[in-house]
Design a protein around this ligand. Structure first.
Ligand SMILES: [Fe+2]
Length: 152
C-alpha cells in the first residue's frame, strides 16, 4: 500500500510537468490556484489519520481517502479532456488524457489492494476486537442461561 501511494506521488509530480505543457500548448502561462474540493478531501484524510484505529482498519480507511482524491481528479481531468477535444486543443487533450489514465490506474490499484485482502483483514480485526471486549459467556448468554435453567 505504501508503494502504491509513493509511486502515485511520483506520478503526480510528472502530472504537474504535464500541466505546464498543456498551458504551453495553449500559449498560456501556468499558475497555481487553491482548490477547496481537494483541500477538503485532504483534511478528511488527515482526520482519519488521527483516529485510534487498528492497523488494518487504518489501511482500509486510508485507501478510501485516497480513492476520494482519485475520483475527484478523475472528474476534473475527464471534464478537461472533453473540453479540450471540443475546443480543438488536440495536444492538450492528449496530455490531459494521459493524466486521466494515470488517475484511473491509481484508483484501480487502490481498489485491488482493498478488495484483495485489506478490507477483509479490517473486518476480521474489528470482529476480533468485539470478541475480546465481550465479557465471557455474553455472546452465548441466552443459550447458557436456558441450559443452566434446565439443569437445575
Ligand atoms: Fe491522483
Amino acid at each position: 500500500m505504501r508503494r502504491a501511494f509513493e509511486s502515485h506521488l511520483q506520478e503526480t509530480q510528472g502530472q504537474v510537468a504535464r500541466l505546464e505543457q498543456v498551458f504551453e500548448s495553449l500559449g498560456e502561462k501556468a499558475r497555481g490556484k487553491h482548490c477547496d474540493g481537494i483541500a477538503g478531501i485532504i483534511d478528511e484524510g488527515k482526520s482519519i489519520m488521527e483516529e485510534d484505529f487498528d492497523e488494518t482498519t487504518m489501511d482500509a480507511c486510508l485507501i478510501a481517502a485516497g480513492q476520494r482524491a482519485e475520483h475527484y481528479e478523475m472528474a476534473a481531468y475527464g471534464t478537461l479532456v472533453a473540453w479540450a477535444q471540443v475546443m480543438g486543443h488536440t495536444e492538450a487533450a492528449t496530455l490531459l488524457q494521459q493524466t486521466l489514465d494515470e488517475e484511473k490506474a491509481a484508483d484501480k490499484k487502490l481498489s485491488e489492494l482493498a478488495e484483495g485482502g485489506i478490507n477483509q483483514a479490517a473486518v476480521d480485526a474489528a470482529r476480533q476486537e468485539e470478541e475480546d471486549e465481550e465479557p465471557v459467556g455474553a455472546a452465548h448468554g441466552g443459550r447458557k442461561a436456558s441450559a443452566k435453567g434446565g439443569r437445575r
